[in-house]
Write a protein that binds this ligand. Structure first.
Ligand SMILES: [Zn+2]
Length: 408
């Protein structure tokens, strides 16, 4: 396979997670008797531009389906992070009632609702009908489509260029990354700013976050790779920040290479130097990740088997995409984890893809009182343990698997 950015042949393997169905393809009761589509889940690194990427199998139409089940608004931690972003951008770039803010991958309007609340005109672009409908119910205008040069050119031709374009956790989700990024350069006003937020590959590797690898994530990004991809598509990175979200993310600020005038921040150079120093521009850096991944998976499986042998009961919390990667790679089925609780009513009553573990309302915890609750979205551990503090009343314990097995 050739690199999706620079077309060099991919020769450096990062990790092979076997095969899995799309992580957000939750199964309804009626479809339980039907088979699922499983795709190989393997990540390779380009030793020319250092973009880590999944092998080509699943197309975006098979992944971002009309009843897409991921709704951003169900995490209070994420909402707080988003609200802080909105305040920071309004202050830094002097956004007002004459500005236009566009969000690409606007999901259910979790972010744009705060700009709207501050009286700033905004527009969302979102391909999944389920989340777009939820955004419209919040009074936010949505273009229901995939983003790229075509869509950006049509908007620009109507005079709708943006002062700020937000792209939070969406850059990794696009197969044609060059067309996607060029769209930002087309849609921005001459002095406009685009921000891209994505999990940092450096953190993914340092903290064994192999469960964030799934088909919807085509790319695993370093600042090195992102800077190069943006630069060859008309954008220049002028600032970058580290954030703790999703296990360690980067927020990259970019402007049009032809007209942007924002001053360069020393943080960009420092972060690039750090990535070089730890070895991210060498194939050797990526060679030990498979062994680390297997150890984490084996420790988890040993724990589940030991607990079962002792007659313990185990449930999980959070039917998140990353949980599906872990569960399917470990080969866990409902005999080991009886059910997963989730706050999202759209997921309740359905089954986890691949493992077919039932997804239920949180109330079932109070009824069944499991001995262990595996928190699948480990990035929300603090939020979840507070929310479920009542499990202490029957001696229930929490388990997290990433970066290594922990029982508390
Ligand atoms: Zn490349």
């Amino acid at each position: 396979m050739k690199c999706r950015h620079c077309a060099a042949e991919l020769t450096v393997p990062l990790v092979d997670l076997g095969s899995a169905p799309p992580s957000n393809a939750y199964i309804t009761e009626e479809r339980l008797h039907r088979s699922e589509k499983w795709f190989p889940l393997r990540v390779l690194v380009c030793d020319s531009c250092w973009l880590a990427q999944t092998e080509d199998f699943a197309g975006r139409e098979e992944l971002f389906v009309p009843d897409y089940a991921y709704f951003s608004s169900f995490s209070t931690t994420w909402l707080k992070h988003t609200e802080r972003y909105v305040t920071a951008m309004i202050d830094r770039f002097n956004l007002n009632a004459h500005s236009l803010v566009v969000e690409v991958g606007s999901n259910d309007g979790y972010l744009l609702q705060y700009f709207k609340g501050r009286g700033i005109p905004c527009l969302g672009i979102e391909p999944t009908a389920s989340t777009a409908t939820a955004a419209r119910e919040r009074g936010i205008a949505i273009i229901e489509d995939f983003f790229g040069v075509n869509l950006a050119s049509a908007q620009a031709a109507e005079g709708k260029q943006a002062d700020l374009i937000a792209a939070n956790n969406v850059l990794a989700h696009v197969p044609d990354i060059n067309d996607f990024v060029t769209g930002f350069a087309v849609l921005l006003k001459p002095q406009g700013v685009a921000t891209f937020e994505f999990p940092h590959l450096l953190r993914l590797m340092a903290n064994n976050q192999f469960d964030t690898i799934y088909h919807e994530h085509f790319s695993y990004l370093s600042l090195t790779a992102v800077s190069r991809i943006l630069a060859s598509n008309g954008l220049t990175v002028f600032d970058a920040e580290e954030h703790p979200t999703h296990g360690g993310s980067l927020r990259v600020f970019a402007q049009r290479s032809d007209t942007g005038q924002a001053p360069y921040s020393a943080r960009v150079r420092e972060l690039l130097q750090h990535e070089k120093k730890v070895g991210m521009l060498t194939a050797a850096y990526y060679s030990g990740f498979q062994a680390t991944t297997n150890k984490v998976k084996n420790d988890f499986l040993s724990f589940l088997l030991d607990a079962k042998r002792q007659g313990k009961t185990i449930a999980a919390y959070g039917a998140a995409a990353k949980g599906n990667t872990l569960i399917n790679y470990a080969g866990v089925r409902p005999d080991l984890i009886s059910f997963v609780v989730d706050r999202n009513p759209q997921k309740q009553g359905k089954y986890m893809p691949g493992s077919r573990i039932p997804i239920v309302d949180e109330a079932l915890l109070q009824v069944t009182k499991p001995d262990f609750i595996v928190i699948l979205p480990w990035n929300l551990e603090e939020e979840v343990t507070q929310q479920l503090a009542y499990v202490d009343s029957w001696g229930g314990q929490f388990v997290t698997v990433i970066p290594c097995l922990k029982v508390t």
